[in-house]
Design a binder for this molecule. Structure first.
Ligand code: SF4
Length: 358
């Protein structure tokens, strides 16, 4: 599994504090050379057992195709080139609209087989407040262009749990997402990230956090409407038409080893986690070997995010039988055959359930 972090955006969203810089062709060229050099240097770390490639960001869709090609050639030359089981690229709707069908066809020709579009909302007022580049019509148009180009595995991201997102607007957004008939929907509850503009707005009183009841209602509406439409709720924040569950992201939750290239990218080799520094080139890597206890806690946390849960043997090997029993009696854990999982109606409080276990 290979992750490539593309640290460029055209502007910054209110809620985001990912490492990213304003895109320029010059910076992108420097970054591309640094990533290719890193691929050559660390190619022995790439584990091809799950053969996925994921360009995330930032905004990978701002990259010139020539730089994308250079990176794919570097992967080819080190013996880890395509075809990939899953090759995802994250895109901003505005880039898809500006670059058009030809651009998306070129991505498909390069081997991309899954496009993840950052829609976030179908409400123009909210998109403006988020400082997104696109409006709702731009999001619809980007989906239309992707389909016309031939994308058959399309994912969109949505955000809920904002105090200025009414239940009615949220429901309309979900219905609009369903009308688009995409294969995959990721829905994240807004979190206030430390370095984001929103954190500043919260501190000086320009933003008030949504209360828990509102977040819970919006999550329940999401689960209900997507369930009725036949989506598989396979992870707390992820829904897929059967057969379109994300392979790459599922690997993260299974603790499959992956290598991350580019500034701020994270890697996991099965025993240790490492992360690159947040600078465009010349970034250093910090490595942390996980203790057995850390690895066990991670296994519980990541497994219980998924509807497939965790094997009974593993859970009992890590957590106290008393805590497991208590949660089962409370309906917060469900035993199915030789596995335990958090039932969907308790996903919203999964953090508390996991805290009780570990
Ligand atoms: S949400 Fe995406 S587009 Fe917005 S600032 Fe963050 S990385 Fe850039």
């Amino acid at each position: 599994m290979i992750y490539i972090h593309v640290p460029f955006c055209q502007r910054f969203c209110t809620y985001c504090d990912f490492y990213s810089e304003i895109h320029s062709e010059q910076k992108a060229a420097l970054w591309g050379d640094a990533v290719c050099a890193e691929i050559r240097r660390r190619n022995a770390e790439i584990d091809d057992r799950v053969k996925t490639l994921y360009f995330g960001g930032g905004t990978p869709s701002v990259l010139p195709l020539s730089i994308l090609s250079k990176i794919l050639i570097a992967l080819d030359e080190t013996g880890h080139g395509g075809p990939y089981t899953e090759f995802t690229l994250e895109a901003n709707p505005d880039d898809i609209c500006a670059r058009g069908v030809g651009y998306v066809r070129s991505l498909l020709a390069l081997g991309m087989n899954r496009l993840s579009i950052g829609v976030q909302s179908f409400d123009d007022t909210l998109l403006g407040w988020m400082n997104r580049r696109h409006d709702a019509e731009g999001a619809r148009e980007a989906i239309r262009i992707a389909r016309e180009a031939g994308v058959q595995n399309l994912s969109i991201d949505l955000i809920f749990g904002l105090s200025n997102l009414s239940d009615a607007v949220w429901e309309a957004t979900i219905r609009e997402a369903l009308a688009q008939q995409v294969e995959h929907i990721s829905c994240y509850q807004l979190t206030i990230e430390g370095e984001s503009v929103l954190a500043g707005m919260l501190a000086d009183g320009r933003y008030t956090q949504a209360d828990e009841d509102q977040c819970r209602r919006q999550y329940e509406t999401l689960c209900r409407l997507l369930g009725e439409a036949g989506y598989h709720h396979y992870e707390i924040s992820n829904f897929a038409r059967p057969g379109f569950e994300a392979v790459h992201n599922s690997g993260y939750w299974n603790r499959t080893p992956y290598v991350g290239f580019g500034p701020s990218a994270h890697s996991f080799d099965g025993r240790s986690r490492s992360w690159n520094e947040n600078v465009l080139t010349g970034y250093k890597r910090t490595k942390e070997v996980l203790s057995e206890e850390d690895a066990a806690v991670e296994t519980v946390m990541l497994s219980l995010r998924r509807d497939s849960g965790i094997s009974s043997e593993t859970l009992h090997g890590i957590c106290s039988a008393e805590a497991i029993e208590r949660l089962v009696r409370a309906g917060a854990l469900q035993r199915i055959g030789d596995r335990y999982r958090i039932p969907e109606d308790h996903f919203f409080v999964s953090d508390e359930i996991i805290r009780e276990l570990v």
